[in-house]
Ligand binder design. Structure first.
Ligand code: ADP
Ligand code: MG
Length: 268
């Protein structure tokens, strides 16, 4: 076989095996190997490195699409000084993702605007980047999806779907009370992931008020909390809303000579 037809055959084989990145860099790598007198292994390694890198990028993009994170937030973007109630070291520990290994849950509890979604999404981003299947949903979306699934006879499939990701983020639990069916769906999702896969959950309700989410059914609330909290890291964030804080700081800058509202009134 002539060298030319070996080359053509090689390209055809790479295409057949769908090693498109390797096929693309092949001419350049052959030249590089000749110019640098590379051995067979070194050449082959470089060729396959290109394919592995391309596969990695595709995999990351697919995880990214699947996860449906609502924003590109990262842990580095979080202003910890603004929220001293949050244990920064603990957040950084979570960002190493060791918590996924023993299916530890993470709960962010606090009023609106304190960064609960931001931190949950930042953990989600870290998890995607580490190559873990990650999925973001709000409690309301989860409920709506399960409702549709029940109507269409796909309940079991949907439950398997929510069992699948290595990290499941359930945002905004407690903003709206859940109808009985929705509460049952959330309960089943949490139960089937118990000790198997981490849940990162955000809520505006302290755990003592969780009965309210479940139509004042304290038994479901207690059973769910039992599973969630058994192995968990809980952040109680009771600081001020970040946007309110920024808004206040801005208006105070705009009123340099004005009296700040937290200063005592001058009564003289
Ligand atoms: P929550 O989910 O607690 O209601 P969010 O995470 O949605 O709050 O935060 C509200 C907005 O404020 C977002 O735009 C978020 O990026 C920003 N934000 C909140 N806390 C911080 C923080 N500590 N550092 C930087 N941005 C923050
Ligand atoms: Mg939120």
């Amino acid at each position: 076989m002539s060298e030319d037809s070996v080359y053509q055959q090689l390209r055809a084989n790479l295409a057949y095996l769908r090693l498109h990145a390797a096929a693309e860099v092949l001419p350049g790598e052959l030249e590089h190997a000749a110019a640098h007198k590379l051995g067979h292994s070194a050449f082959l390694k470089r060729l396959l490195d290109a394919e592995v890198a391309a596969t990695e990028v595709r995999r990351r993009e697919s995880l990214e699409r699947f996860a449906r994170l609502p924003a590109p937030w990262r842990v580095e973007d979080f202003d910890f000084d603004a929220q001293p109630a949050i244990d920064k070291a603990m957040v950084h520990e979570l960002a190493t993702l060791r918590f996924l290994e023993d299916a530890t849950n993470v709960l962010f509890i606090g009023p609106p605007g304190v960064g609960k979604t931001m931190l949950a999404v930042a953990l989600g981003r870290a998890s995607i980047e580490a190559g873990y299947r990650t999925y973001y949903t709000t409690a309301a979306d989860l409920a709506a999806r399960c409702h549709r699934a029940a109507l269409e006879g796909r309940w079991a499939t949907t439950m398997r779907f929510f069992a699948g990701p290595r990290l499941l983020i359930v945002d905004e639990v407690g903003y709206l009370p859940l109808a009985q069916e929705a509460a049952a769906a959330l309960f089943q999702v949490i139960s089937q992931r118990y000790l198997k896969g981490s849940v990162c959950l955000t809520t505006n309700l302290g755990v003592g008020s969780w009965g309210k989410i479940f139509n004042d059914d304290p038994t479901v609330a207690a059973a769910m909390l039992d599973r969630l909290l058994h192995r968990s890291v809980v952040f109680n964030i009771n600081g001020e809303s970040y946007r309110m804080r920024q808004h206040r700081a801005r208006s105070e800058r705009l009123r340099p000579r004005g009296r700040r509202h937290d200063e005592p009134e001058d009564t003289t």
